[in-house]
Design a protein around this ligand. Sequence first.
Ligand code: SIN
Ligand code: FE2
Length: 207
Amino acid sequence: MEPFDIRGVRVVPGALDPAAQAAILDDLRAVAAAAPLFHPETRRGRRMSVAMTSAGRVGWVSDRRGYRYEPRHPSGRPWPPIPDRLMALWSAHAGTPVPPDTCLVNHYGQGARMGLHQDRDEADLDQPVLSLSLGDEALFRVGNVAPGAPTESVWLRSGDVAVLAGAARLVHHGVDRVRHGSSRLLSGGGRINVTMRVALAPGERAS
Ligand code: SIN
Ligand code: FE2
C-alpha cells in the first residue's frame, strides 16, 4: 500500500517487513530488560492501561507531579541507548537532520487504550514525532490541533510508520482499541508502539 495522509499525519504502511519487525522486537526486548516496562500514573493518580519504558538520553514519565522527560528510569538507572535500527528508521522517515533523543516504548496488552491527547512535552515542537507499530493492529484516531474537532480513524498494522510533522505535529491522537491476536509477531498477542522524538532543546542536546 502506498503512503497516505490522515488529517496531515503521514502513514507509511508496511515500512518494515516482517524480518525487520522481528529484529526491532529483539532490540526492544533488550531495552525492556535494562529498563523494565511500568504503568505510569496520571497526575490524578490513575494507572495508565498502557505499560511504558524508554530508550535515549531522556525518557517520558508520568506520576502525580505530571508528565515530563527524565534522564533516568524510575529505578534510578539511566535509560539504555536508542537501538541502531530505530535510529535508521528515523533517518529514513522523520525528514529532519536532528537525531531523536528519546524513544518511548508503549506496550498494549488486552484492553489497553490511549485517550486522545497531544504530544507537547518536547522543547522544540518543530521536530517531528515518528511512530512505529508492531504486533496487533490498532485503531488510531486523529483529530485536529484544536480540541473537540471531528476525528478520523485508521487501523495501524505491524510494520506501519506514522509521522506527525509540520502542521500535523500537534494534532490530537489516540488509540481506541487493539484487535487482540490479529498479528503473530508477539507470541502472546499484544501491540507495541514505539515513538521517537527530539525532546531536548538545542542547547541541551550535545552528547
Ligand atoms: C502515543 O500517542 O504515544 C502512542 C500512539 C500509538 O500507540 O500508536
Ligand atoms: Fe502521542
